[in-house]
Design a protein around this ligand. Structure first.
Ligand code: NAD
Ligand code: G3P
Length: 339
């Protein structure tokens, strides 16, 4: 089988390697020719996944149309702000049997669409799946045991993707709740940024546990309001991805947060990380979405003010701590409005 990967960043490259080890023909496209040159000439991607050798059945393609030609699956691995543009580049050459798999974690600015919805807007006749869960590229590329989830409205597609991606060290579960899987994967990046800020400010494990627990409560509140199954937030793309992103030093979101907590500006932090920090754009879109649909998201709101209104992170923490007194179970009664 031929599989096309659009985006040779860390995750696109790690997934290319996983699929290449399964002997698929993997065609990789990236907008950055230097990355493709490195794969072609040196069998490496030093910019995004240093120290990993890439086999010869990962074939770099400089022309995106050539990259998707004859592919049974098209894997979208670009940052969320680029998904619409990439879809528009291939809109005239996709055929309806090709399955899309989104690896991207984000909510589009202004439209508030999940990534699978952006893809479906262009390719309404194609089936779409989403692969998400706690999975840092650096560990997957070293075959560290990892469990993820594939979600699709179409069970046959979820099962096919599960078969295609599963390895002895990469365990893939299926889930039909694509809304919950995408909201969990996108919004945990907001909480990971906040957790990093807490670490950077020198707060402790108690603070981070509080952020994570109250974080999953607000992620679930939003997801359920959008029609997700509450159980999804107890799973790999809910609490699972939240744990790995808030705890791991591989996480770009957490690392950016640490830098901000230590006093760097958002711009300085992003320059230092030099890879996509999805939580920044997702904070903007999610904050606006939560206002639009009336879902209370206090951590997201405070982070929005820190990132975009210059609020002192310490004051944000103080204000989170001093909100009105609450009953825990009542505060977790989820909004039933479905939009
Ligand atoms: N890195 C991980 O461990 C990991 C794991 C799971 C999911 N993800 C998700 O995968 C997505 C991609 O992340 P990544 O870690 O591979 O990012 P990255 O920063 O490592 O690489 C980004 C890639 O996207 C390309 N790109 C950037 N802007 C573009 C544009 N405007 N048009 C086309 N291409 C563009 C870059 O050339 C680069 O190849 C994100 O949504 C991320 O949340 C990442
Ligand atoms: O490095 P991050 O923070 O973008 O997180 C990567 C993945 O989403 C972890 O599952």
């Amino acid at each position: 089988m031929r599989i096309s990967i659009l985006g040779a960043g860390s995750w696109g490259t790690a997934i290319s390697l996983l699929l290449a080890k399964k002997n698929f023909e993997v065609r990789v496209w990236d907008r950055n020719d230097k990355v493709l040159d490195d794969i072609k000439l040196n069998r490496k991607n030093d910019r995004y996944l240093p120290g990993i050798t890439l086999p010869s059945n990962i074939i770099p393609k400089y022309d995106i149309k050539e990259a998707i030609d004859g592919a049974e699956m098209i894997v979208v691995a670009v940052p969320s702000h680029a998904v619409r543009d990439v879809c528009s580049k291939i809109k005239d050459c996709v055929i309806k049997d090709q399955i899309f798999i989104s690896l991207t974690k984000g909510i589009e600015d202004k439209t508030f669409k999940r990534m699978s919805q952006v893809i479906e807007e262009f390719f309404s006749e194609n089936k779409v799946a989403v692969l998400s869960g706690p999975s840092h590229a650096e560990e997957v590329s070293r075959d560290v045991p990892t469990a993820v989830v594939v979600a699709s409205k179409h069970e046959d597609v979820a099962l096919k993707v599960q078969d295609t991606f599963m390895t002895p060290n990469f365990r893939v579960y299926t889930n039909t709740d694509i809304i919950g899987v995408e909201i969990g994967g996108a919004v945990k990046n907001i909480i990971a940024l906040a957790a990093g800020i807490s670490d950077g400010l020198g707060f402790g494990d108690n603070t981070k546990a509080a952020l994570m627990t109250r974080g999953i409560a607000e992620i679930a509140r939003l997801g359920i309001a959008l029609g997700a199954n509450p159980m999804t937030f107890t799973g790999l793309s809910g609490i699972g991805d939240l744990i790995v992103t808030c705890m791991s030093m591989h996480s770009r979101n957490r690392r950016a947060g640490i830098l901000i907590g230590k006093g760097k500006s958002l711009k300085e932090a992003l320059e230092e990380i030099n890879m996509v920090v999805e939580g920044v754009n997702t904070t903007k879109s999610t904050y606006q979405l939560s206002l639009n649909i009336g879902v209370e998201m206090p951590i997201t709101t405070e982070l929005y003010n820190v990132l975009f209104n210059g609020k002192d992170p310490k004051l944000a923490v103080t204000e989170l701590m001093q909100r009105d007194k609450k009953d825990e179970l009542e505060s977790m009664l989820f909004n039933k409005v479905v939009i």
